[in-house]
Write a protein that binds this ligand. Structure first.
Ligand code: SAM
Length: 207
């Protein structure tokens, strides 16, 4: 049941109302028990704020569970990701780790490093998909040599230099085979009602 339409937003009162829209099931998770944690190496507070934020947004939007940053500590980066999470829902989390090499060494799961020098994703994604707990590592300006050795897979998304954001998005899309696009985000305060023109955003209020 809708309450009011104002400023282009339809305001709803309960989850049950939202479920009536069909596609929005608060419990659904197309990834199931899969856990992909993204490690973004070597963040620089001044130069990388935007691109590191975008790594977090892409990771969250395309069904990774978590992003971990290394490099310079930047609480405003974690705040930016958290604010999106609060508004748009889901259970994504972000944190900082100081010693990234230690973190990779001690990680229990399969370690996939994205690099233009690696093996082609199109030939290896089928094998990687067999693993359900993955640390997905993307670099910044310079990636320490140890990362290539510690990784179980060094994977290229094409062999041209581009961006950690693009590499992340394409990897997740290939891994989830498009299911990530139907992911729903429980406890969202805002939801988009797709529209062929213009913006239609629904504000969700819980009693
Ligand atoms: N020379 C770097 C490399 O090893 O891919 C490019 C640096 S790029 C600015 C930053 C990050 O984007 C890389 O560390 C890597 O994670 C990702 N990246 C860029 N191009 C890529 C590609 N073709 N395939 C996979 N990852 C890529």
């Amino acid at each position: 049941m809708y309450i009011e339409k104002k400023y282009g937003c339809i305001l709803f009162s309960e989850w049950s109302s939202i479920k009536a829209f069909g596609a929005l099931d608060p419990g659904s998770n197309p990834g199931g028990a899969i856990m992909i944690e993204v490690l973004r190496l070597g963040h620089r507070r001044l130069r990388d704020h935007r691109i590191s934020t975008h790594c977090g947004l892409v990771a969250r939007a395309f069904d990774a569970s978590k992003i971990i940053y290394s490099g310079e500590h930047d609480s405003s980066l974690l705040d930016s990701i958290n604010n999106v999470h609060k508004k748009w829902g889901g259970s994504f989390s972000s944190r900082y780790v100081e010693k990234d090499i230690n973190f990779i060494e001690n990680y229990r799961g399969v370690k996939v490093h994205l690099t233009m020098y690696g093996l082609p994703i199109q030939k290896h994604i089928k094998n990687i998909r067999k693993h359900k707990k993955i640390l997905l590592i993307v670099g910044g300006e310079k990636v320490p040599g140890e990362v290539y050795k510690l990784a179980d897979y060094n994977i290229a998304v094409g062999h041209q230099p581009h961006s950690e954001v693009a590499a992340l998005a394409i990897f997740l899309h290939e891994y989830f085979q498009g299911k990530e696009l139907s992911k729903t985000f429980p406890k969202a305060r805002l939801k988009i009602l797709p529209h062929e023109r213009g913006k239609n955003v629904m504000e969700v209020t819980t009693k």
